[in-house]
Design a protein around this ligand. Structure first.
Ligand code: PEP
Ligand code: MN
Length: 346
């Protein structure tokens, strides 16, 4: 159940509603927004009786039953798509947003050349890891603060918004100083301490699906961030681990429309980690546009063969430019479809 209090409901009214809910045996999880308080009700109890009682309590605007375990991120809670503002861009709206850049920030020259190249080809955001989650402790772990500073430099030069990964709750404040969007990597999708602290980071979050996570688990992780105070979450399908070895991961392309049914949050596709192979990235990107993703996050490197991480799946700058140009017609159709859907919804 979700209860929306009227704008500027008094503290007494809010406390009274919370108390009534507890009397019915439920737990209360309230989110204090700028304008209103929204109360999430979880647990087992007599829903009908509780709803009836709460609906007539003073200060309550509406109370609705939500059967999904992920309350705030469910379509049941919010019918309309959420549009997330990132550095002036609307993600989940009428623009198809492409985020591109290297797997890791390696040097000033590398990140500046990539930023300028991807911006010229039409990317709207720059990706690049300063903190890297690596399978081996002996592999390059990222430039950390130095990497964040280089990303800032690239933003100043190109105007591109920055998306970069945060791996630990200890680094949330630092990364939030430099990032326009905080990336949670696949390996951290269920790092609950991190998810909780992202609830208060004041930045949008791109949450990647875990290597072996179900769609429900992805949504529950998104719920953590929202329930802890941050409604600006973007989901990312980046491939899951299966028995297949022809690709690095198996891209669950159906996850995009499935998520569009289950949640109001935007969904982007990562064709790079989903395949692990440069040659497959353009086809998967087209598929992402076709199934209604809100954008792409793509790895690009000026010299993939020298990349310190994920070179095999990174497009060259020329490859990215070509892909963007080939995607134009698809994105045009995507925009028409999106505009038609928005018109029907109104
Ligand atoms: C990345 O974006 O470089 C990355 C490490 O992605 P994932 O968490 O999806 O493996
Ligand atoms: Mn990578």
């Amino acid at each position: 159940m979700i209860i929306s209090m009227r704008p500027h409901a008094t503290r007494e009214e809010i406390d009274h509603v919370c108390e009534r809910i507890r009397e019915f045996g439920y737990k209360v999880h309230s989110i204090e927004g700028e304008e209103r308080v929204v109360i999430g009700v979880v647990g087992v109890g007599d829903v009908t009786a509780c709803l009836e009682s709460i609906e007539s309590a003073p200060g309550v605007e509406s109370a609705m039953r939500i059967s999904a375990p992920y309350k705030f991120v469910s379509r049941e809670f919010k019918k309309d798509d959420s549009v997330i503002k990132v550095n002036g861009l609307d993600i989940g709206g009428e623009e198809f947003v492409v985020m591109a850049g290297p797997c890791s920030v390696e040097s000033e020259r590398q990140i500046m050349e990539t930023a300028e190249g991807v911006a010229a080809a039409g990317a709207q955001m720059l990706r690049g890891g300063a903190f890297k989650p690596r399978t081996s402790p002996y592999d390059f772990q990222g430039l950390e603060l130095e990497g964040l500073k280089l990303l800032r430099k690239a933003k100043e030069a190109t105007g591109l918004g920055i998306i970069t990964e945060v791996m630990s709750d200890r680094d949330v404040e630092l990364v939030a100083e430099y990032a326009d969007c905080m990336q949670v990597g696949a390996r951290n999708m269920q790092n609950f301490a991190l998810l909780k602290s992202l609830g208060a980071c004041g930045r949008p979050v791109l949450l990647k699906r875990g290597l072996s996570s179900t769609i429900k688990e992805l949504l529950m992780s998104a719920e953590y961030i929202v329930a802890h105070g941050n409604p600006s979450v973007i989901l990312c399908e980046r491939g899951i681990r299966t028995f297949e070895t022809a690709t690095r991961n198996t891209c669950d392309i159906a996850a995009v429309p499935v998520l569009n049914e289950l949640t109001h949050l935007p969904v982007v596709l990562d064709p790079s980690h989903a395949t692990g192979k440069r040659s497959l990235v353009p086809a998967l990107s087209r598929a992402g546009v076709a199934v209604g993703a809100d954008g792409l996050i793509v790895e690009v490197h000026p010299c993939p063969e020298k990349a310190v991480s994920d070179g095999a799946q990174s497009l060259t700058l020329e490859g990215f430019r070509r892909m963007m140009s080939d995607l134009e017609a698809y994105i045009r159709l995507w925009k028409q479809t999106r505009a038609a859907l928005t018109a029907t919804a109104v």
